[in-house]
Design a protein around this ligand. Structure first.
Ligand SMILES: N[C@@H](CCC(=O)N[C@@H](CS)C(=O)NCC(=O)O)C(=O)O
Length: 277
């Protein structure tokens, strides 16, 4: 495994780095960003994952959210993967909500997507091993958060790997992909017409059967994609089946943007740190 450092910046005494590498799982070159806090006290450092939404790369969160102040304050590392496999040889679509930039953090089974669109294994296996090796004094404790498509990815990956992730949080997540236009389009394309195969990738289904880690969700009422793509009704109803620990907060007026995310990020970090301590 060869990592190539392509950017590095001091930020709030910690270091923000961007790497590229060849991914065996995705069979293409990938970039990711990682923040390592200063760790002046030589304590064990936990790790928070951030999964971004449609059209994003690892840059959106690292450049727009201001998370570094919180990561340094709480002495936590943060890793930000890209949102899909990338490159000229990787299948794509002209639409913003399919193909590159829209990997949905799953394992595609349909052609021509199956060869590269394996974001689930990339995150839970390949990039997990890379992250662990990059964090000096890694505590081994992890949690996961994300936005929109990435909020859904955080919920699915967090619930499927409840022993690995101590907490899950999401900003304006897709909650019932099998019922909304973004999810129906992606699942039909990546997983096929058989809706039975969608269930293991749908947070509203998983919440019915999983012993989920604590979940925090924040949704703005001024979000241009709410409620059409982001409706919470089925997810919250199904969470009652397992008595899942879900806190769903609606905040008045806020939209889908990083202005919204940066406003409530401290709230989410506090929630994660409590579970990671
Ligand atoms: N560009 C899309 C909207 C996609 C969008 O809003 N993406 C969100 C995630 S779902 C985002 O974070 N965009 C990048 C940004 O705001 O920095 C459109 O044409 O409607």
């Amino acid at each position: 495994m060869t990592l190539k450092l392509i950017e590095q910046h001091f930020s709030f005494d910690g270091v923000q780095s961007k790497y590229s590498h060849y991914s065996e799982v995705l069979q293409c070159d990938m970039t990711f960003s990682i923040y390592l806090p200063s760790n002046q006290e030589k304590k064990e450092i936990p790790l928070i994952w951030w999964l971004s939404g449609l059209t994003c790369t690892d840059d959106n969160f690292s450049q727009k959210s201001g998370f570094q102040r919180l990561a340094e304050k709480h002495q936590v590392a943060v890793i930000i993967p890209d949102t899909s496999p990338r490159g000229e040889n990787v299948a794509d679509d002209a639409a913003y909500d399919l193909g590159q930039g829209a990997g949905f953090y799953l394992t595609a089974t349909q052609e021509p997507w199956a060869k590269h669109y394996n974001m689930y294994a990339y995150i839970t296996d390949e990039l997990s091993r890379i992250a662990a090796a990059l964090i000096p004094n890694f505590s081994g404790k992890e949690s996961i958060m994300g936005h929109s498509m990435g909020g859904h990815g955080a919920l699915v990956i967090g619930m499927k790997n409840a022993a690995k992730f101590k907490a899950i949080s999401a900003f304006s997540p897709i909650l019932s992909p099998s019922q909304v236009p973004w999810g129906i389009k992606a699942f039909t394309t990546y997983l096929g017409e058989d809706k039975a195969s969608w269930k293991e990738w749908d947070a509203s289904e998983l919440i019915k059967t999983t012993d989920a880690p604590p979940i925090l969700i924040t949704q703005g009422t001024g979000d241009q994609f709410y409620p059409e793509q982001l409706d919470e009704t089925t997810f919250l109803e199904n969470a009652k089946v397992t008595d899942a620990k879900v806190t769903y907060k609606k905040v008045k007026g806020y939209d889908h943007s990083y202005f919204f995310i940066s406003t409530f990020l401290e709230d989410h970090f506090d929630f994660h740190i409590e579970q990671l301590s």
